[in-house]
Design a protein around this ligand. Structure first.
Ligand SMILES: Cc1cc2nc3c(=O)[nH]c(=O)nc-3n(C[C@H](O)[C@H](O)[C@H](O)COP(=O)(O)OP(=O)(O)OC[C@H]3O[C@@H](n4cnc5c(N)ncnc54)[C@H](O)[C@@H]3O)c2cc1C
Length: 354
């Protein structure tokens, strides 16, 4: 285990913000993860597990303990035994790039994650917030998550089934009830060989409008990446709108009553609320719509921090921004949206070291 000290964290995040880690270890296998955990325990150091740094705002003061970067690689393909659903299992190390994994499965002509093309970060980050986009989320394909349970004194590696992960919209036990308890080592996804791409999302349907033949998986992947790039949601070198942590707010899920109230508030302003049913009794509302109609349009900003010129939900580091700048803008947006619309927006990125 190579133990480093005083390592800047900003370059390891997509928003390029944050102070240093007191200690830093990159673990390439489960044994190194266990060794790093033992080191943190022996010194009573707070532990933070880092993936691709694409969903983080790290404090300007950094992290006072050990940052453990998961660098477990490898993608293995196995035929599913004991099931007659014909699916193929893909098992990937938590440190693998998620988009590389998607590319691998698309090249293998297996359907199930093609709409999640272009999402930055690691494989290990995907179960944490049940990553989703363009009509798919990983909860639909994950069959097992291999973890190290930090509560287990023997440091045993365990497999969690999807039910145990408690997946819901941008949530799982990993970022809610059991936050900080598990380190994800590997994830296994069941994909459909020869399956058709899922073209249900409006932007994707529009992209392929007028085509006579249905798109294949590779074309769908390219379309998703293209649409994402147009919204600054694909990490593209040289695009200043990419210095973000992705969407900064989750789409709120409202009760029927709250949704009616929102519709009334919109009507009073001569607006119609765009919405779509998410769960049986709750409604999902576009956070971007609320943000834009609260005075924070694309390109909004003051100096070092602002809103992407391509997407109202992305807070962007325009150069030299601090975590404090980001949180100030975040709070302004939350305050204004709540004042006008009566809805409290919940941030999506994880804040670290505050
Ligand atoms: C441009 C852009 C676009 C994005 N688009 C989307 C999108 O469309 N949909 C979407 O859902 N998200 C999106 N995101 C958010 C982000 O990419 C995902 O949440 C991603 O899965 C985070 O993975 P990561 O490896 O970067 O995790 P990090 O940012 O490194 O960490 C995030 C959290 O996960 C934990 N974590 C990471 N790895 C592990 C592990 N191995 N074990 C235990 N805990 C771990 C960390 O401790 C932290 O709490 C976007 C981000 C950006 C910058």
């Amino acid at each position: 285990m190579l133990l480093l000290e005083n390592i800047p964290l900003a370059p390891l995040t997509t928003i390029k913000i944050g102070g240093p880690a007191k200690y830093f270890v990159e673990a390439k296998n489960a044994g190194e993860v266990q060794e790093a955990v033992a080191f943190a325990c022996s010194r009573d150091l707070p532990l933070f597990v880092l993936g691709g740094g694409s969903n983080l705002v790290v404090a300007d003061t950094g992290w006072p303990g050990l940052v453990l970067k998961i660098a477990i690689h490898g993608i293995n393909q196995v035929q599913r035994s004991g099931h007659d659903d014909g699916k193929i299992l893909f098992d990937a190390g938590a440190g693998e790039s998620w988009d590389k994994f998607v590319s691998h499965t698309v090249m293998a002509r297996c359907a199930g994650v093609e709409c999640l093309s272009g999402i930055p970060g690691s494989v290990g980050g995907t179960p944490v917030q049940n990553v989703g986009a363009y009509g798919q989320e990983v909860a639909e394909t994950i069959v097992s998550v291999q973890v190290l349970d930090l509560r287990d004194k023997d440091g045993q590696v365990r497999e969690l089934c999807p039910e145990a992960c408690g997946f819901s919209y941008r949530a799982s036990i990993f970022n809610t009830s059991e936050r900080g308890r598990f380190i994800v080592l590997r994830v296994t996804y069941a994909l459909t060989p020869g399956g058709n791409p899922r073209i249900t999302y409006a932007d994707l349907k529009r992209h392929f409008e007028g085509r006579e033949t249905p798109p294949d998986l590779a074309e769908t992947r390219e379309a998703v990446r293209h649409i994402r790039a147009c919204k600054g949601m694909l990490l593209t070198p040289g695009d200043p709108d990419c210095l973000s942590a992705g969407s900064f707010f989750k789409n709120p899920m409202l009760s029927e009553e709250r949704h009616e109230d929102l519709k009334r508030r919109a009507a009073a302003r001569g607006l119609t609320l765009p919405s779509y049913p998410a769960l049986e009794t709750r409604k999902k509302v576009s956070a971007a719509w609320l943000v834009e109609r609260s005075g924070f349009s694309k390109g909004f900003g003051f100096g070092r921090v602002g809103i992407s010129t391509k997407h109202a939900l992305a807070i962007v580091n325009r150069g030299g921004a601090t975590a404090a700048d980001v949180l100030t803008l975040k709070e302004q947006i939350q305050h204004r949206v709540e004042e006008i619309w009566g809805v409290r927006l919940e941030p999506e990125p994880v804040v670290v070291g505050f």
